[in-house]
Design a protein around this ligand. Structure first.
Ligand SMILES: [Cu+2]
Length: 484
């Protein structure tokens, strides 16, 4: 049949025609490199010092709440590096290095095709009233994962007092990390030098949402300052280099604050669609990001709608991975954002999207420090109190009613020390085997108390504190949310 060869040739020819016809009908490749800006101009270095705000630019977002993208095609982004003390958990003041004076640094929001014109002064040597210098001035740099540029040129380290300026075009959509890239990089990131750049597709996202929030997960490795520095009555914490290298964090948090969005939940209404931009900074842990009570209708891995999953329960993010997740808020309630690696959640990677939440007022959660009135005199009880305020107040009150967990006023009377010790050592074991614990779990919406990784000695201190509370006249000790 094919002796002449003609039928094969004609089949080949017609399929070629079909192929090219099909090619012509295809939309252009949005990642066509010939249309990308891959030749940014060289970085400029100067000894002129930025002296104004540590962060400025219309495209910047300072907290979880995100403004719509600014329409300017060139985004002026100015972030200076500072050394300052931040609070990573109530009462835990940490000696941090920052971009733009906060941790995480501000979120830049742009669109594919926009130019980011970036300026940074290394102000790690400044001693301004609001910035207490606690670490020696040092070199810093900026590495934008959103850029395609020569790291040796743009990401070079600059000395205190120097200013670097460079620009790049956002070629790919995504949620990208930025961080300091000066050795030891691990220490610079763990000290707070990171943030996010959101790059939207040129034509925006394919879905409509009612709310947009940024959630950045990161770890802290903190130990009390060996020099015993005290800041406003609280011990100063510094980077624990041993824990850092062993990748055993002391705090794993969302948006820089232990349980910060439990105290100040993100507002949403029943029936609304919420878009979260989630970035896991690490530096060394993965995040198994999950929201209790709903399902991710869409997950755009790395924040790019081309990488779409539907109907996911959890998204796994390695260090510097990100995702946009969209979900419906089905009914009134508090939907719990967690790192489903529950050891990480128990270190503070918990937050709420709540239909009862009032929109945040003014400055972030950092000033709403919970505190308890009245203080014991026994040193163990005092330590128990401080530990309670930093680790437990997010879920428990004393004498102020239920929160995520029970009111702990009277707990030393309703439970034996032996029971409490077993509970604090391993709530997960108790929830399996102990009838009292099982009943309690039901009463608290099946939210298991995360294991707090407490040592025997720590547990004794909590018990001392609980006994002290219950020895005071009823109502004399209450936990409260302190004002500004
Ligand atoms: Cu640095």
């Amino acid at each position: 049949m094919n002796k002449s060869g003609f039928p094969i040739a004609s089949i080949l020819l017609s399929s070629l025609i079909a192929l090219s016809a099909c090619d012509a009908g295809k939309p252009p490749d949005p990642y066509d490199v010939s249309k990308m800006d891959l030749k940014p101009v060289a970085a400029k270095l100067s000894n002129e010092r930025g002296t104004g705000a540590f962060a400025s630019g219309a495209s910047l977002n300072m907290g979880a709440e995100l403004k719509p993208v600014d329409t300017a095609q060139v985004k002026e982004v100015h972030l200076d590096t500072t050394h300052k003390i931040i609070e990573i958990a109530p009462g835990v003041k940490f000696s941090a290095w920052t971009f733009g004076g906060q941790v995480p640094g501000p979120t830049v929001r742009a669109r594919v095709g926009d130019k980011i014109r970036f300026t940074m002064t290394n102000r790690s040597d400044e001693n301004l009233p609001a910035v207490r210098v606690v670490a020696a001035p040092m070199m810093h740099s900026m590495d934008f994962h959103a850029a395609m540029v020569s790291p040796q040129d743009k990401y070079r380290s600059i000395a205190p007092g120097q200013t670097i300026t460079f620009e790049f075009t956002a070629n790919y959509p995504g949620v990208f990390m930025y961080h300091c890239g000066t050795p030891m990089i691990l220490e610079h990131i763990a000290s707070g030098m990171y943030g996010a750049v959101i790059v939207e597709p040129r034509a925006g996202y394919p879905t409509k949402v009612d709310r947009e929030y940024m959630v950045i997960q990161s770890e802290f490795y903190a130990k009390p300052d060996p020099g015993k520095t005290v800041i406003e009555g609280a011990p100063l914490y510094v980077l624990d280099a041993d824990k850092l290298r062993a990748s055993t964090p002391t705090h794993t948090v969302f948006n820089g604050m232990h349980n910060g969005m439990v105290r100040n939940p993100l507002p949403a209404k029943p029936g609304e669609r919420v878009r979260l931009f989630v970035l896991n900074v690490g530096p060394s842990k993965t995040s198994s990001f999950h929201v209790v009570g709903t399902i991710f209708d869409r997950v755009w891995f790395e924040g790019n709608p081309d990488n779409q999953f539907r109907g996911m329960q959890t998204v796994l993010l390695g260090s510097s991975n990100s995702a946009i997740v969209e979900m419906m808020i089905p009914e009134a309630g508090s939907y719990i954002m967690v790192d489903h690696h529950f050891a990480n959640a128990s270190q503070g990677a918990i937050g709420l999207i709540s239909t009862d939440a009032k929109p945040a007022q003014g400055d972030l959660e950092h000033h709403n420090m919970p505190a308890t009135s009245n203080t014991p005199t026994d040193p163990d009880a005092v330590q128990g109190k401080l530990a309670f305020e930093s680790k437990c107040l997010a879920c428990h009150s004393i004498g102020q009613g239920k929160k995520l967990g029970p009111d702990l006023a009277g707990v030393s009377k309703r439970r034996s020390d032996e029971w409490l010790t077993r509970w604090l050592k391993s709530p997960e074991k108790m929830l399996e085997s102990d009838p009292v614990a099982k009943t309690m779990l039901k009463e608290f919406n099946n939210l298991p108390m995360p294991n707090q990784s407490l040592s025997e000695a720590e547990i004794k201190k909590y018990l001392k504190y609980f006994h002290w509370i219950d020895a005071q006249p009823a109502g004399a000790v209450t936990s409260e949310m302190g004002g500004h």
